[in-house]
Design a protein around this ligand. Structure first.
Ligand code: SF4
Length: 253
């Protein structure tokens, strides 16, 4: 099994993102069609504290163009190119991070969950942060999306994520694998015949990421996968059974 590692070798040189090592991911500092630069801010579950929001406000007050909130629940700061360096310094000083675009785990999506939503069976926002702390910057074959819903009403469309978690009674989550939300052929993930206890969610996700890495490398070596292979590509070739077994083993460990 491949060891997971993190991709943290990039920096901004005033002109573009540069890499100390071989480029392995695309980070969210991207020139837009109108010439503005977009900075994607990591915000698991779409949550920012008052202090963090003040940081963004401070950046935008210094010549920012606009803020766009995305379907993945993160803010995109649109700033002129000559403001990117200062914006990154303020983000870092404020404890905020740039979000990933490709080659790692994207911003974790979560509904309001227990404590906010009266229908919720499980807490979601703390879990989104916990998962993000574990997986932020993990090197992966391509984009990887995680979504959490606090109950089967599934307001965060968890079935359309690579890993979808849906809160159930007694501290457990339904888990679905291999969904996708974008493109013209969206796909619901396959619901696994095993529930995941709350305390096992992060270990299960880490195990699934490692298995995805492993199988993608094997299949790519055999020419059986496209260059940008999402989890659904791997499941289509390798089958779902290996993933079910991995989840069962991790839950029982
Ligand atoms: S999925 Fe359930 S817990 Fe989450 S916001 Fe919707 S109704 Fe509330």
């Amino acid at each position: 099994m491949k060891q997971l590692s993190r991709t943290n070798t990039w920096s901004w040189n005033g002109e573009q993102v540069v890499f100390a090592e071989e480029k392995d991911a695309l980070w969210g500092i991207v020139e837009q069609a109108n010439g503005a630069w977009a900075i994607l801010v990591d915000a698991p579950g779409g949550v920012l504290t008052a202090e963090q929001f003040a940081v963004l406000s401070n950046i935008m007050a210094d010549g920012g163009v606009a803020v766009k909130f995305t379907r993945r629940q993160l803010p995109i700061l649109l700033v002129p190119k000559d403001k990117v360096t200062g914006a990154l310094e303020k983000l870092t000083a404020g404890g905020l991070k740039v979000a990933n675009v490709h080659g790692s785990v994207r911003n974790i999506v979560a509904c309001p969950g227990k404590g906010l939503c009266v229908h919720a069976r499980q807490e979601t926002l703390g879990l989104a942060k916990e998962i993000n702390d574990a997986v932020y910057g993990t090197k992966l074959p391509w984009d990887f999306k995680v979504g959490i819903s606090g109950c089967p009403r599934n307001c965060s469309a968890a079935l359309c994520q690579c890993i979808g978690l849906i809160g159930e009674p007694r501290g457990k989550f339904t888990i679905a694998l291999g969904g996708k939300e974008s493109g013209t052929t969206p796909l619901h993930g396959q619901v696994l015949p095993v529930k995941v206890p709350r305390e096992k969610v992060v270990p299960v996700i880490m195990r699934l990421l490692a298995l995805y890495m492993d199988l993608a490398a094997q299949l790519k070596a055999g020419g059986d996968l496209p260059e940008h292979s999402r989890l659904y590509h791997v499941i289509a070739k390798a089958g779902i059974d290996k993933f079910i077994t991995a989840v069962q083993e991790e839950v029982e460990a």
